[in-house]
Design a protein around this ligand. Structure first.
Ligand code: HEC
Length: 167
């Protein structure tokens, strides 16, 4: 091997090494940015406020025969916790299990426009909301049914069908 060739090989190796180090620095920087974004995403407390409001509104929508609004509240009550998929993946699984399990009869009653069934299941599911709060160390957050909806700026008596909610 000529001296010249050796020099080229050494230079190439050094170049590859420095590129590797730069790449690792880039990856670390990207990870730092991802962590910062994750840190800024809501965990449970902020979305739970939305859950609370939508849950209360749902009752008055069903009661008023605005079944699409009730279905809409249910859909976005569930979706409110989406950021927790990233920020609290284990706890999110418990939320998903709640919505697909304990909450399912409420959703079913909405889809069937069954007001009697809805009122019964709605009252029952409040215990499951509070069961999760206790289980996660938040027994002091006790959901109670309000006498009026959380949002007063919506007409809860518009007659509609549960299937009217756009996909
Ligand atoms: C998977 C467990 C779980 C389920 C199910 C659940 N919650 Fe929560 N909820 C929490 C946790 C945890 C907090 C406390 C948030 C925190 O500090 O991170 C909370 C807090 C709240 C708060 C207080 C929010 C605030 O900061 O003002 C309300 C209101 C609430 N939940 C309503 C409900 C309602 C209504 C239901 C049922 C439809 C429900 N939750 C079901 C876990 C749950």
């Amino acid at each position: 091997m000529s001296r010249h060739t050796v020099r080229i090989m050494v230079a190439a190796t050094l170049f590859a090494l420095s590129a590797g180090i730069a790449h690792a620095a880039d990856a670390a920087d990207t990870q730092k940015q991802i962590d910062a974004i994750k840190g800024a995403l809501p965990k449970f407390a902020i979305p739970m406020r939305e859950v609370g409001d939508r849950f209360q509104n749902m009752y008055f929508a069903a009661k008023g025969g605005n079944w699409a609004l009730a279905a809409y509240m249910s859909k976005y009550m569930y979706g409110a916790l989406n950021p927790a998929k990233v920020t609290k993946p284990d706890e999110y699984k418990a939320w998903q299990a709640f919505y697909e399990g304990a909450f399912a009869p409420v959703e079913k009653a909405i889809q069937a426009k069954d007001l009697k069934g809805f009122e019964k299941e709605y009252a029952a599911v409040v215990d499951s909301c509070n069961g999760c709060h206790s289980g996660m160390g938040y027994g002091f957050i006790k959901v109670v049914k309000q006498k009026a909806a959380s949002d007063v700026g919506i007409d809860y008596r518009v007659k509609s069908q549960p299937g009217d909610v756009p996909k």
